[in-house]
Write a protein that binds this ligand. Structure first.
Ligand SMILES: Nc1ncnc2c1ncn2[C@@H]1O[C@H](COP(=O)(O)OP(=O)(O)OP(=O)(O)O)[C@@H](O)[C@H]1O
Ligand SMILES: [Mg+2]
Length: 309
């Protein structure tokens, strides 16, 4: 599939010299949903704002549908819709007018059936004549999405669309995102919620400290979740893993009193029986055994803390 968005070695230094993006490269395929996970201050909003032309990059290039975001700004920007992290709506505006206005900003001709369709899809049709200030927080977020869709973008950026949104509405949002994808829109969303990435993304990217640490197919990441750890607690600490256990690829914990064995839960043979036999043969006395399943959260936390150390 062709890349609809191509980001290459993108850097951004804010006034004062702080480098918020340190050479980000990323290709997004048409029709996919990419979830960008990253801690506060990672550079997610900076990245999105740069692609949408709100922030000027220091160096590097961004192309949307082949159009350079700097040299061919209008053509590139017309393909992009942005749902910003902060709610920035005019409180006295009627919902439907606010959405019509967004379409007008792009110089697109009136299209009332389209506006109706967008408002219905986002369950805002009943509220079309309400003033924005009369809406709940979740409804305001949906108005932001409606506004971002009004000019029929091919790529939609959602900057933390479900921050502070309750579980039920979050699931509604996921459905909306899925429907947009089914309608051919490419979606990039940022989130702090790992389960959100798990639920809707085709690919997951992790960003920290201005750098992309990983971009992976979600299913491959989920396959990594199949990893389980067996922890063999020893009755007395040891200094190193005995050489007779070398084939099991064990890790010794810091205290020296537990051996950690990672295995694939989906494998036909986990190797646990052989391991326990060999541990006994090595003269080690077991105090206890326990298992734990690694999660996307572990992978994420491990990556991000590795970056900081
Ligand atoms: N206008 C600005 N001037 C100077 N520094 C800025 C500016 N905007 C953002 N930064 C800094 O750039 C870094 C990245 O900020 P950014 O808003 O992109 O992070 P984020 O990943 O979106 O975080 P969050 O999850 O909190 O929304 C932060 O250290 C932030 O303080
Ligand atoms: Mg942000």
């Amino acid at each position: 599939m062709a890349a609809i968005l191509s980001i290459s070695d993108l850097r951004k230094s804010y006034e004062g010299g702080f480098e918020a993006l340190k050479g980000v490269s990323l290709d997004i395929d048409e029709g996919e949903i990419l979830a960008l996970l990253g801690p506060n201050g990672a550079g997610k909003t900076t990245l999105i704002s740069t692609v949408c032309g709100i922030i000027t990059p220091t160096s590097g290039s961004v192309r949307v549908g082949g159009h350079c975001i700097i040299e061919d700004f209008r053509a590139a920007r017309a393909l992009v819709g942005l749902v910003p992290q902060e709610i920035n709506l005019e409180p006295f505006e009627k919902v439907i007018n606010s959405v019509r206005f967004s379409r007008g900003l792009f110089g697109k001709p009136k299209n009332e059936p389209l506006i109706e369709d967008i408002l219905k899809k986002l369950s805002l049709w009943d509220k079309r004549n309400a003033q924005v200030k009369e809406l709940s927080g979740g409804m305001k977020r949906r108005v932001l999405i409606a506004k971002a869709l009004a000019h029929e973008p091919r790529v939609l950026f959602l900057d933390e669309p479900t921050a502070g949104v309750d579980v039920e509405l979050r699931k509604d949002m996921w459905e909306v995102v899925q429907e947009l994808k089914d309608g051919g829109v490419t979606i990039i969303l940022t989130t702090h919620y790992i389960e959100e990435a798990e639920a809707i993304a085709d690919r997951v990217g992790v960003i920290a400290d201005g750098q992309i640490l990983l971009v992976k197919d979600k299913d491959d990441l989920m396959a990594q979740l199949g990893q389980k750890q067996l922890c063999v607690h020893l009755s007395a600490p040891i200094k190193e893993v005995p050489s007779s256990l070398a084939t099991h690829d064990l890790e010794l914990n810091q205290e020296g009193d537990a051996l950690i064995y990672s295995y694939d839960t989906k494998a036909e043979r986990t190797g646990i029986t052989a391991l326990l036999n060999d541990v006994a043969a090595a003269g080690l006395v077991l105090a206890d055994v326990s298992t734990r399943q690694s999660s996307l959260e572990d992978i994420f936390v491990g990556l991000v803390s590795g970056e900081k150390s």
